[in-house]
Design a protein around this ligand. Structure first.
Ligand SMILES: [Zn+2]
Length: 139
């Protein structure tokens, strides 16, 4: 999955530009060339599909999911369509979220104030954890 330079101009300045045929696609910032790297493992692919749909169901927007997972919002929209995911319509509230490592997570849960009065969902996110809460975080 590692790519260190653009195959067209050799620049090492490029950005993720979605996933095409299960391959991570990149766009060179210098010459605008699109290129893909090694096929993503099926497991990795499934992992991101699950995470993206999970976050979508929690009420996050496509753009937020894009920012968190580094997957293009177009790809996420396609997954939502493909798996026919529908979320209950609700425009009144929006969840807040935090990304913590395991020690920050245990610290967070050790304070009863943080969990009282509202549920928290924890999902693994790479080497960290994401906390989703329906109430505004106090700090
Ligand atoms: Zn280039």
């Amino acid at each position: 999955m590692k790519q260190s330079s653009c195959p067209n101009c050799g620049s090492n300045s490029f950005v993720k530009a979605g996933i095409v045929n299960e391959r991570q696609r990149f766009k060179c910032k210098k010459c605008n060339y699109f290129f893909t790297v090694n096929k993503l493992g099926k497991q990795i692919d499934d992992y991101y599909v699950n995470k993206a749909l999970q976050l979508y169901l929690e009420g996050l927007t496509y753009r937020e999911i894009e920012r968190i997972l580094g997957i293009s919002h177009v790809t996420i929209m396609n997954w939502v369509k493909k798996y026919n995911i529908k979320r209950p319509y609700n425009s009144e509230y929006h969840p807040t979220y935090k990304i913590l490592n395991s020690s920050e997570l245990s610290k967070y849960f050790s304070d009863p104030k943080n969990v009282k009065g509202s549920g928290v969902i924890v999902t693994e996110l790479g080497d960290k954890f994401m906390l989703i809460k329906w109430e505004r975080f106090k700090d």
